[in-house]
Design a protein. Structure first.
Length: 636
């Protein structure tokens, strides 16, 4: 794609908007554009709105506004533009400034959260340094949203003496760790009944030095430069610590550089030279202050722009409907160097048709309707104008989703499970028929074993071209089948637990009952089952054979939430039912790997019965004690 550039004068298409310019300012507001971080938004979740003012002279800037929801039964909005979705439907949000107003149509959906994905999952960091975490929620309508700023999202640390985690302020999309001592902790993000975990190891490697890059630079007045701070630690590693240091600049006579954020971004605001420094102030265990070895010299000069170009990473000058693409404005100056001047209002961005595509003050373009649109950038000194004409085309598949038809997460030998796949498009619509395409295929991988495709020789787990998974393996420890749906280079994944737990039928109960054995540690972790009692050893394989111990309430909750072989009618049995299971063992009708005591729902004193499957004896157990759980269901 070839960028276009023009020299002044300019011609702009004026956009209609209520309001007019101030008498002291000759420019006239033509459009107050509102952009949302999320749209549509599930009920109870939030979206951050920003307002960008566009003027008839080609200027544009992010602006403060007074926000108003025209239907607070659907959504509310606070003074900062943070919208909270209340009830399903469409709602108009109005932004008003002294120069005019604009509106935005927000869609609220009834989708509910089904699962949470954390990133990173495993991380290691030195004491005193921290990690940013992102929580993505996956919803019942197959959409995904960043949920970090949800007011009900709770972060927990399994070892608060090692590290805790702090949510960002409303509108921020990250949470950040706070390391306190050497060790390992597990962070858990919980929202409603959904949760997930991430592991953080804090080591005692010591920061020895800091190096800033680039080491020397020359900037045109008004230009922006991002610096990077790299730390050398006692283990020889050199991670990016730009967010863990304190940035500053020094100049002799007047301010030359202004710090724009806490990540090392500076803007040249005065002519002259300045030096950049980064300082780490230590932590509770090491109070030593470490300053950067180098102090890069930045020279800010009055330069003349000799060319301006606009470009984007999209191919063939086409952009799919709904996709957000960052356009780049590059300024060439009379020192022969090119500078990225896309953000921080170094240029003014405009779209000549905001119904077809919008552009933010930093050059982020989103296609709204099919058609042609021109995106323009004008230099801040009004001397250069450049544009790129693109076509907004039909939405394309952005991601693939895969799930078991009934939501099942666990199947046993000889059972089958049907899977469905769907496509999520760039405009957030869902395509349900992606499996019908010749370019779609199913595959399954059993953890630690070779890939198995629907065209391969069936070993222990296979999936057909219709998405039917069959589990036939025997004499193996518990494992996980990773089911993949693939389409045009995109891939969706879902896990299915292949358990080692017992599944036993006791015909002497009327009606006949099925029981499942105690969960192994591996199975409990895979199913995200809460068990605060740790594990009890039942064999030589510590990882697979250790079984989860839980309180009585945890056992009840586990059985009530269990979806096993497509059945959701599991419950924690009464003591008489467990004794019948023991009797079946005595009669050699079934084999049961783990005997010991199991929780029941039969009240005994201030607690409940715990039944031994070694000899069927019953003990009165305190509900906060730890025993095993066997779930049961009646088989009609």
């Amino acid at each position: 794609m070839s960028p276009k550039m023009w020299f002044i004068p300019f011609i702009f298409i004026l956009l209609t908007l209520s309001g007019c310019g101030d008498d002291s300012d000759p420019r006239v507001l033509t459009n107050l554009q509102i952009a949302a971080s999320e749209n549509p938004v599930p009920e109870g979740f939030q979206s951050k709105l920003t307002a960008t003012a566009f003027y008839d002279n080609g200027n544009s800037n992010t602006t403060d506004a007074t926000w108003e929801s025209l239907d607070e039964t659907k959504a509310t909005v606070d003074f900062a533009g943070l919208v909270t979705a209340v009830a399903e439907g469409e709602v108009t949000i109005r932004a008003t400034t002294a120069e005019g107003s604009g509106t935005f149509l927000l869609t609220v959906t009834p989708a509910t959260i089904k699962s949470i994905e954390l990133s990173p999952v495993t991380e290691e960091v030195s004491l005193g340094f921290n990690v940013n975490y992102e929580a993505i929620g996956y919803f019942s309508d197959h959409t995904s949203h960043n949920i970090n700023d949800h007011p009900d999202l709770v972060w927990k640390s399994s070892n608060e003496s090692v590290a805790v985690i702090v949510k960002g302020i409303p509108g921020e999309k990250i949470a950040r760790s706070d390391t306190l001592s050497k060790g390992t902790t597990t962070f858990t993000a919980v929202l409603g009944v959904s949760s997930n975990e991430a592991s953080l190891t804090v080591n005692d490697h010591v920061l020895q030095s800091i190096t800033i890059s680039p080491d020397r630079t020359t900037l045109p007045l008004g230009a922006v430069q991002k610096f990077k701070a790299e730390g050398l630690f006692s283990d020889g590693l050199t991670p990016d610590i730009s967010e863990d240091v304190i940035w500053s600049s020094t100049s002799v006579e007047h301010t030359v550089l202004e710090l724009l954020d806490d990540k090392g971004t500076f803007q040249g605001v005065g002519l002259g030279s300045a030096k950049i420094s980064a300082t780490y102030n230590g932590d509770e265990s090491n109070s030593e202050v470490i300053s950067s070895d180098n102090q890069p010299l930045v020279i800010v000069e009055q330069m003349k722009m000799t060319a301006l170009s606009v470009d984007s990473p999209i191919e063939d000058d086409t952009q799919p409907l709904g996709k957000k693409v960052q356009f780049i404005a590059t300024g060439t100056f009379n020192n022969g160097h090119n500078y990225d001047i896309s953000g921080y209002e170094q240029v003014y961005w405009q779209s000549n048709d905001t119904k077809t595509a919008t552009v933010t003050s930093s050059g982020l373009v989103e296609g709204l309707e099919l058609g042609m649109v021109t995106i323009t950038a004008k230099s801040a000194d009004d001397s250069w104008l450049a544009s790129e004409e693109i076509e907004i085309t039909n939405a394309v598949v952005e991601s693939i989703g895969v799930e078991a038809v009934d939501g099942n997460q666990i199947i046993t030998e000889g059972k089958t499970q049907k899977y469905n796949a769907w496509a999520v498009y760039t405009n957030k619509t869902i395509g349900e028929n992606v499996e019908a395409s010749d370019e779609f295929s199913w595959s399954v991988i059993i953890e630690n074993e070779p890939v198995v495709t629907s065209n391969g020789v069936p070993p222990e787990a296979t999936i057909t071209v219709q998405g039917l998974l069959t589990y036939d393996r025997t004499a193996h420890d518990a494992g996980v089948a990773k089911v993949y749906g693939s389409y045009k280079g995109l891939e969706g994944e879902e896990l299915m637990l292949l358990p080692k737990v017992n599944l036993k039928t006791v015909p002497r109960l009327s009606p006949t009952h099925e029981f499942i054995g105690a969960l192994s540690l591996f199975e409990a972790e895979t199913l995200d089952v809460t068990f605060s009692g740790g594990v009890g050893i039942d064999g030589e394989d510590i990882y697979y054979d250790n079984s989860a111990l839980m309180t009585q309430s945890e056992a009840v909750g586990y059985c009530e939430e269990l979806l096993y072989n497509g059945n959701d009618n599991w419950y924690l049995p009464e003591s008489a039912e467990l004794q019948a299971l023991w009797q079946a063992n005595i009669d050699n009708l079934v084999n049961w790997d783990l005997r010991e005591h199991y929780w029941s729902t039969t009240i005994n004193g201030s607690g409940h019965d715990a039944v031994s499957l070694t000899d069927s004896t019953i003990i009165e157990a305190n509900d906060e004690e730890f025993y095993y759980a066997s779930c049961a269901r009646s088989v009609q």
